[in-house]
Write a protein that binds this ligand. Structure first.
Ligand code: C2E
Ligand code: MG
Ligand code: MG
Ligand code: MG
Length: 279
């Protein structure tokens, strides 16, 4: 009797759980359609620093969304939904335009800093993407060197198409980085044939490299091969001095992470940039 009762309760529990998860997904999907119009998005910025001097060399723009009912939702949750529904195209457009407006505002205030913007594979493949980038730069009279685009290894699955688009971005003068490097299936040998500028070492490696020898070797190999192939290198997710020290000793001199600053609002980072000598 007891087992049956528990079984019944468990069944009930999972059904209810599933409904909740499903409801949430629907609310996110519906919410994404209205979010741009209702001004619910905001860009936060995380400093990228020179590890030794801790001077800020750039910032990464990270999208934040406050759903009217569900509150703050992580991009890890809503970006995949935006990708599945196609909403990533208008949302990604807003991100690039907003980032460019922000760099321009900072420039007018005498702060010259580059912004790295995350771009989904879908956006990258969109035929209006290059036009969007060009327009966002020209509307704000921005030299292209202030904008950097972060793509993930999934973009590399369509290698020929990617090659052409990265080539066009290079012609405009924009740098392209590979985000979360090492978590996908592309190898350094594939990358060596692409006009990529920067490799971002994924935070999952940084968080494990001090306690796991294989991860430490992997990170050393990425840094060594990356520098031999003339890529810039930056590590993400640095939370401790030991991690920063390890990266520097092995030849990676740029990074970002909670050790320096979490992503913060434009007002907060504006203050930081004003105080510091920006490189
Ligand atoms: P990402 O581009 O790899 O960004 C790094 C993530 O790690 C960010 O999470 C950042 O807040 C977090 N992080 C930074 N420092 C640390 C640290 O020291 N420790 C730990 N544990 N985490 C740290 P966030 O902001 O939640 O963004 C998650 C992901 O969502 C991003 O990963 C990126 O793939 C995607 N994303 C964010 N904004 C955009 C956007 O505007 N467009 C697109 N397409 N994707 C975006
Ligand atoms: Mg990124
Ligand atoms: Mg990353
Ligand atoms: Mg990452």
């Amino acid at each position: 009797h007891l087992a049956q009762k528990n079984g019944y309760n468990n069944y009930q529990f999972f059904v209810r759980e599933d409904n909740t998860v499903h409801d949430r997904k629907i609310k996110i999907e519906q919410g994404l359609k209205k979010a741009l119009h209702n001004n619910e998005f905001e860009l936060y910025y995380q400093p990228q620093v020179h590890l030794k001097s801790r001077r800020i060399v750039g910032v990464e723009a990270l999208l934040r969304w406050k759903h009217p009912e569900l509150g703050n939702i992580s991009p890890y949750e809503f970006i995949p939904v935006a990708e599945n529904t196609g909403m990533i195209i208008p949302i990604g457009k807003w991100v690039i335009q907003e980032a460019c407006r922000q760099i321009k505002l900072w420039q007018s205030a005498g702060i010259r800093i580059k912004i790295a913007v995350n771009v989904s594979a879908l956006q990258f493949e969109d035929h209006q993407f290059i036009e969007l980038v060009n327009e966002s730069l020209s509307q704000n009279l921005l030299p292209p060197k202030y904008l950097e685009l972060e793509i993930t290894e999934s973009v590399m699955q369509k290698i020929n198409q990617s090659f052409a688009i990265i080539g066009k971005l290079k012609n405009i003068g924009i740098k392209v980085s590979i985000d979360d490097f090492g978590t996908g299936y592309s190898s350094l040998s594939v990358l060596s044939n692409l006009p990529i500028d920067v490799i971002k070492i994924d935070k999952s490696f940084v968080s494990k490299m001090m306690t796991d020898e294989n991860t430490a070797s992997l990170v050393k190999t990425i840094i060594e091969m990356g520098s031999n192939l003339n890529f810039g290198l930056i590590a993400e997710g640095i939370e401790t001095e030991e991690q920063a020290e390890f990266l520097m000793q092995n030849g990676c001199h740029l990074g970002q992470g909670y050790l320096y600053s979490p992503p913060i609002t434009k007002e907060e980072i504006g203050k930081l940039l004003n105080k510091e000598n920006v490189v």
